[in-house]
Design a protein around this ligand. Structure first.
Ligand SMILES: [Zn+2]
Length: 142
């Protein structure tokens, strides 16, 4: 066993969530480093997501599967750019069988990202019937 070097090996770094961006020619690029990411579209894992809804956070745990683009050019962490849902339904934006989860991005804004419904049901523990109370802040997305 070689334990030198990776003191925190086994603890995944938190994935950085960003909005996708485009360069002057309309190619999708990573907003942090400018690497083209257009051909990385697919399902990606987000480590330690900042999920807004406590019940969903419990059900999803430490890894959120979402649909979008990824940049792996950053040492120690990945940048994931989820498919924007916007005013569409998640099924329209991504695919049927996917549902929306509100997650806080690295810029502090809360946005809806898609995750496969089965990923949420996987860890469903529904023995508490109290309604989630409080928190109805709207992150004003214009
Ligand atoms: Zn990047």
């Amino acid at each position: 066993m070689n334990r030198s070097g990776l003191g925190r090996y086994g603890v995944s770094s938190q994935t950085v969530l960003r909005e996708r961006t485009e360069d002057d020619e309309g190619y999708l690029i990573c907003p942090e480093c400018g690497t083209p990411v257009g051909n990385s579209l697919g399902s990606h894992e987000v480590a330690r997501p900042e999920i807004v809804d406590d019940d969903l956070a419990d059900a999803i745990g430490d890894v959120l599967v979402t649909h979008g683009w990824v940049c792996d050019r950053h040492p120690g962490y990945e940048v994931v750019m989820p498919t924007p849902v916007g005013s569409l339904s998640v099924e329209e934006a991504v695919n049927s069988g996917w549902v929306g989860v509100r997650v806080q991005f690295a810029d502090g804004f809360v946005r809806t990202v898609a995750t496969p419904e089965k990923e949420i049901r996987r860890g469903e523990v529904d023995d508490v019937s109290t309604d989630a109370r409080g928190e109805s802040e709207e992150a004003g997305s214009a």
